[in-house]
Design a binder for this molecule. Structure first.
Ligand code: IPD
Ligand code: CA
Length: 270
C-alpha cells in the first residue's frame, strides 16, 4: 500500500483503476435485472439513478479505500470525499445510465486518477461490449492490446461527429438549435448515450469528433486522457479546458474547424 503523501507512478495507478473498474463492471453485469428500477431522479425527471449506480460507486470507493486510504474521491453519486495526499479518484460508476436502464449495450464504468490536479491515468470499461479502454499519461491509449490512434486529416464536411444532450428541457432546446446548424455541415451525427464512450470512440477512430454542452468532470476525466493519448486535442471553447460549458475532442485541424463553427453558435448558453 502506498504511504500517505507518496508519489505513486501513473502506471501503478492505472493498474489499480483497471482492477477496480473490472470488478465493478462484473458486479453490474451479474446484478443487472432485465429492467433495472429507477431509485430516484436528479436534475430532471429523465435524469435517473438506479440502485446499481450507487452500489457500483460504493464498491469502487471501498476498493480505493482499501488499497489507498489517504486518497480523495469524487464520485457522481457520492460527491467529493477529501483525502490527505496528492491523489484523487474521479468516478462515474455508470456513464450511460439511460442505456443501462433500457438494456442498450453502451454504458461504462469510468475511473480517472489525478495526481496534483492532473489526470494521469484513466479507464473506461464498456461492460456490455467487453471493451476496456485505458491510458496513462505519456503511455498511449489502448484497447485489447492495440494502441489507439484517432482519425487525422478529416475535413469538417466529412466528419462523423458524436454529441449528447443534457437532461433539462431548456438546455435541450439550445442543443437542438446548435445541432441544426452543425448537422448540415458534417458527414453525420451520432448520439450514443455515454459521453465517456463517445470520447473513447474518437480515440479508436470510430467517430471523428465529439462535442457536448454539459458533461461533468466524471464523464470526461478518464476518457479525455484516452482521447489525448490517442492523438486527439481535448478542450473547451476559446482555449478553455473541457468543462460542462463545452467539451470537445478531435484530431488537431478538425478540432479547430469544429471549434470555430461551434463558437459562432454560442453553445454555452442554456
Ligand atoms: C450522461 C451521458 C450522456 C451525456 C450526458 C451525461 P450519465 O451521463 O454521458 O451521453 O449526453 O451529458 O450526463 O447520466 O449517464 O452518467
Ligand atoms: Ca453516471
Amino acid at each position: 500500500m502506498a504511504e500517505r503523501g507518496g508519489e505513486p507512478g501513473a502506471s501503478a495507478l492505472l493498474e489499480l483503476a483497471v482492477e477496480i473498474a473490472e470488478e465493478a463492471g462484473a458486479m453490474l453485469l451479474a446484478k443487472r435485472p432485465a429492467r433495472p428500477e429507477v431509485l430516484a431522479t436528479k436534475s430532471s425527471p429523465t435524469d435517473v439513478v438506479t440502485a446499481l449506480d450507487r452500489a457500483a460507486e460504493e464498491l469502487i470507493r471501498a476498493r480505493v479505500g482499501q488499497a489507498r486510504p489517504y486518497d480523495a474521491i469524487l464520485g457522481e453519486e457520492g460527491g467529493d470525499t477529501p483525502g490527505e495526499g496528492s491523489v484523487r479518484w474521479i468516478v462515474d460508476p455508470i456513464d450511460g445510465t439511460v442505456n443501462f436502464l433500457y438494456g442498450l449495450p453502451d454504458w461504462a464504468v469510468s475511473i480517472g486518477v489525478e495526481v496534483d490536479g492532473e489526470i494521469v491515468a484513466g479507464v473506461v470499461n464498456n461492460v456490455p461490449r467487453g471493451e476496456l479502454f485505458t491510458a496513462h499519461r505519456g503511455g498511449g491509449a489502448w484497447l485489447a492490446g492495440e494502441r489507439l490512434r484517432c482519425n487525422t486529416g478529416v475535413p469538417l464536411d466529412r466528419a462523423l461527429v458524436s454529441t449528447g444532450f443534457g437532461y433539462g428541457a431548456d438546455r435541450r432546446r439550445v442543443q437542438a438549435e446548435v445541432l441544426a446548424q452543425v448537422l448540415p455541415r458534417v458527414r453525420d451525427i451520432r448520439r450514443g448515450g455515454s459521453a465517456a464512450i463517445d470520447m473513447c470512440a474518437v480515440a479508436a477512430g470510430r467517430v471523428d469528433a465529439y462535442y457536448e454542452r454539459g458533461p461533468n468532470y466524471w464523464d470526461f476525466a478518464a476518457a479525455g486522457l484516452i482521447a489525448v493519448e490517442a492523438g486527439a486535442r481535448f478542450g473547451g471553447l476559446h482555449g478553455k479546458p473541457a468543462s460542462p460549458g463545452l467539451t470537445m475532442c478531435a484530431a488537431p485541424g478538425l478540432f479547430e474547424d469544429l471549434h470555430d463553427l461551434l463558437a459562432t453558435l454560442d453553445p454555452e448558453r442554456g
